[in-house]
Design a protein around this ligand. Structure first.
Ligand SMILES: Cc1cc2nc3c(=O)[nH]c(=O)nc-3n(C[C@H](O)[C@H](O)[C@H](O)COP(=O)(O)OP(=O)(O)OC[C@H]3O[C@@H](n4cnc5c(N)ncnc54)[C@H](O)[C@@H]3O)c2cc1C
Length: 501
């Protein structure tokens, strides 16, 4: 009961703050340029126009014509047959194929131009508590996985910070989360079955078809269509948070100490985003198991606190004083009112909580993987590049990613601090051009520090930046051509970056 009281008090306090901030800032954003009369871009959701079927993704800036879009609600043999049928039809027409899940990637990475798009909607999951693993349909979403594992006392080992994404999609971008001290999600996959471009069904793991496994991990659906996977799970836990505010330069040491502490299974960081004092302060948030691990409550959905906090978050657009105020709520008020949670509840957060409710703008993510020893250079690069940009910087979350020595297109070949950044952008050509300029400037700086950038977001990097960040891209493209000479499995990552190699 004490816990319920805590959450209610927390909800009331944050709620009062959110309503206050929203009312204060509503309709008044003095530092936001007005877009009236300016040429707009994007915005169209998926649909049919003039008989042309269009598919888009979460950016709303990737509208692409496709030949067809099949939603397949099958698993096992039926799914294998459905995927083979789509491949056969596409090959006979000389078209390409791509399979997607939530299509939250932001640059057409899950869209086949003029080709056959497939989305799998099936939540088949079979846990094996003795082995500490579960078999799962590639199209299942993390919300399905949490729903299946929570009642038996388990939790996903690694998933993103939101639960809407597909499991095979997560493997295919080799995503990471904030449970520690894990590498990317691929490191928790024991094996998978996939249909290759020629229709063959293969099992791939570290011991069987190992090269295909390494290419498909972070291979953006270009190697095979994943049917199902065997994935590791960990015990669900009741966790209590701890907060530490510090100068940003002190963050890497404190973060690495927390990540290496076995008593802290979930750890993340934040930096302040107000322009005048950008990245001066860091907040380290770590969760530890409580002494009493009996009677763990069921996974909660997105709570009142998250919904109310989203109003403060949105209030930041064009209002530097609200950014400052949000940082105080997060680093000053939050630690005093935060309560216990469970591992599953912390990861059971839908993306919709972040929705900007503004058709004239879109949130675009960036992510950079920085060697911890280069973190000071990263702070400096961001302080020099971000404040000048026309896009509005709203948030950064810092995560730990253990070295990935397996995947061919590895974003973190050595241990990294991952900086997940969120910008809000006007749906205009001027904003798109400036966003591309800023992204390239940031990537240049981060490559010079020995870091890399993440591939599921806007395709703004130059070709030379891509090959510097992913030095095995050429080998990947050559192996892909040998496996798929007709280039049946394609998407915009292939078309824009890999095809020319
Ligand atoms: C709000 C938000 C929060 C995010 N948070 C994180 C985070 O915490 N950590 C992180 O690492 N990333 C994060 N991301 C990025 C995210 O992990 C990727 O965008 C991921 O692709 C999203 O999953 P999806 O289901 O939308 O994939 P989709 O965009 O549908 O697909 C992604 C790729 O996987 C391939 N694919 C999908 N299904 C299959 C299959 N069955 N077989 C073969 N290939 C397949 C697709 O072809 C495509 O190339 C976030 C993104 C957003 C928008």
């Amino acid at each position: 009961m004490g816990q319920i009281r805590t959450i209610t008090r927390r909800g009331l306090l944050v709620g009062a703050g959110a309503v206050g901030g929203y009312a204060l800032g509503r309709g008044w954003a003095p530092e936001l340029s007005r877009a009236r009369g300016v040429a707009t871009v994007g915005g169209s959701a998926a649909g049919a126009t003039d008989g042309t079927l269009i598919l888009n993704d979460a950016s709303l800036l990737s509208a692409t014509p496709v030949h067809s879009h099949q939603r397949v609600a099958a698993s096992g043999d039926a799914l294998v047959e459905a995927l083979r049928a789509e491949l056969k039809a596409a090959r006979s027409e000389g078209r390409c194929v791509n399979i997607g899940a939530a299509r939250h990637s932001m640059g057409g990475q899950a869209i086949p131009r003029e080709g056959h798009a497939i989305t799998v909607d099936n939540a088949w999951i079979e846990p094996d508590t003795a082995a500490g693993t579960y078999r799962v349909n590639g199209g299942a979403r993390w919300s399905d996985v949490i729903t299946a594992l929570d009642p038996i006392g388990f939790s996903p080992a690694v998933m993103q910070s939101n639960h809407d994404f597909g499991v095979a999609a997560t493997f295919s971008v080799n995503a990471h989360g904030w449970p520690v001290p894990f590498g990317p999600m691929g490191s928790t996959v024991r094996s998978l079955r996939m249909v290759l471009p020629d229709g063959d069904l293969v099992t791939a793991s570290r011991t069987e078809n190992a090269e295909l496994f390494r290419m498909a991990m972070g291979g953006y659906g270009l190697i095979g269509l994943i049917v199902d996977l065997e994935v590791e799970m960990v015990p669900n836990q009741r966790l209590a948070p701890a907060f530490e505010l510090m100068p940003a330069e002190a963050f890497p040491d404190a973060f690495l100490a927390a990540v290496r502490d076995p008593a802290k299974p979930m750890v993340y960081g934040r930096l302040n985003v107000e322009r005048a004092t950008l990245f001066e302060e860091a907040l380290l948030v770590s969760y530890s198991p409580t002494p009493d691990q009996t009677d763990i409550p069921p996974a909660a959905g997105s709570g009142l606190v998250s919904h109310l906090a989203s109003y403060i978050y949105r209030g930041q657009v064009g209002r530097e004083q609200v950014k400052r105020w949000r940082w105080w709520v997060e680093s000053g008020l939050g630690p005093r009112i935060a309560g216990e949670s469970t591992r599953n509840s912390l990861m059971n957060e839908p993306v919709v909580t972040l929705d900007d409710r503004d058709p004239g703008r879109v949130d675009i993510l960036h992510e950079y993987f920085v060697p911890p020893e280069a973190f000071g250079g990263f702070l400096e690069a961001c302080r020099e590049v971000i404040p000048d940009a026309f896009v509005e910087f709203l948030n950064v979350t810092l995560r730990y990613v253990e070295a990935d020595a397996e995947s061919v297109l590895a974003h973190s070949p050595t241990p990294r601090i991952a900086a997940v950044m969120s910008f809000t952008q006007e749906m205009t050509a001027r904003a798109e051009a400036d966003h591309a300029r800023m992204t390239r400037a940031l990537i240049d700086r981060i490559l010079a520090l020995g870091g890399s950038y993440y591939l599921p977001y806007r395709p703004h990097a130059r070709a030379d930046q891509f090959t510097r960040a992913y030095p095995r891209a050429q080998a990947f493209a050559e192996a892909k051509r040998a496996l798929d000479p007709a280039l049946t499995l394609r998407n915009n990552l292939w078309d824009s970056y890999l095809e020319p190699l």
